[in-house]
Design a binder for this molecule. Structure first.
Ligand code: CA
Length: 226
């Protein structure tokens, strides 16, 4: 069953779309504001997100931006008629498609089918000798399975989907640990060490580079361990 996250603050539209999609066999989760929608997204996994733009607490473009930080899930924006800026901004920020309100439910269903047909979410992420199976939460180095804890996996996953981009300690802390720690903790460094001891040291490989004073990066060059 395909899982849809619908983030829409107008209750009538939200309920209507939810019922129609459920009728078509989708598993629909509903969130009425941007912040909650983002939390729900982080806490589960979805095949597609339907995202309204005008939302309380966190607007749709901002939700889109934050989802894109950690995920390639297809996102269809629900935009108000004639709001060209919203459409452009949505597509610029990585929306897959948009649909203009008011829309016929058949049109939405057609877009959904199309997006799900075209966009198979990559479940295997590979980088050199490293492979993550995102669905199974499994990690392999040189085809050898490596046991990672949930946090280690999330950390590695985040670095991997942001390949070639430096992630600061603050960002890693916020994305993986959220509210739990303040900026003075070295928990990120500790977990990077755990990761290295599992996926790098035993293989004499280097995937994660330290950017001194800033954070970490996985980048397109594998140097032998010093
Ligand atoms: Ca709205």
């Amino acid at each position: 069953m395909k899982k849809v996250l619908l983030i829409e603050d107008e209750p009538q539209i939200a309920r209507f779309v939810q019922l129609e999609l459920q009728h078509e066999g989708y598993d629909v989760t509903l969130a009425y504001d941007g912040r909650v929608g983002l939390e729900v997204f982080k806490a589960s996994s979805f095949d597609v997100v339907l995202l309204d733009i005008m939302l309380p607490s966190l607007n749709g473009i901002e939700v889109l931006r934050r989802i894109r930080f950690t995920s390639t899930v297809p996102i269809i924006m629900l935009t108000a008629r004639d709001s060209v800026m919203d459409k452009v901004s949505g597509l610029d920020n990585g929306a897959y498609d948009y649909i203009t309100k008011p829309f016929a439910i058949e049109e939405l269903l057609a877009r959904l089918r199309s997006v799900l047909r075209k966009h198979s979410v990559p479940t295997l992420l590979s980088f050199k000798a490293l492979t993550l199976d995102v669905d199974q939460h499994e990690c392999f180095v040189q085809k050898e399975k490596i046991e990672l804890t949930k946090k280690e996996f999330e950390l590695l996953h985040l670095l991997l989907i942001n390949k070639n981009k430096v992630l600061t300690r603050e960002v890693l802390l916020e994305k993986i640990w959220g509210y739990e720690f303040d900026g003075t903790t070295n928990v990120v460094d500790v977990y990077i060490r755990y990761l290295r001891s599992k996926i790098e040291d035993p293989f004499n490989l280097k995937f994660i580079h330290t950017v001194r004073g800033i954070g970490y990066i996985i980048k397109d060059e594998v140097e032998p361990h010093e």
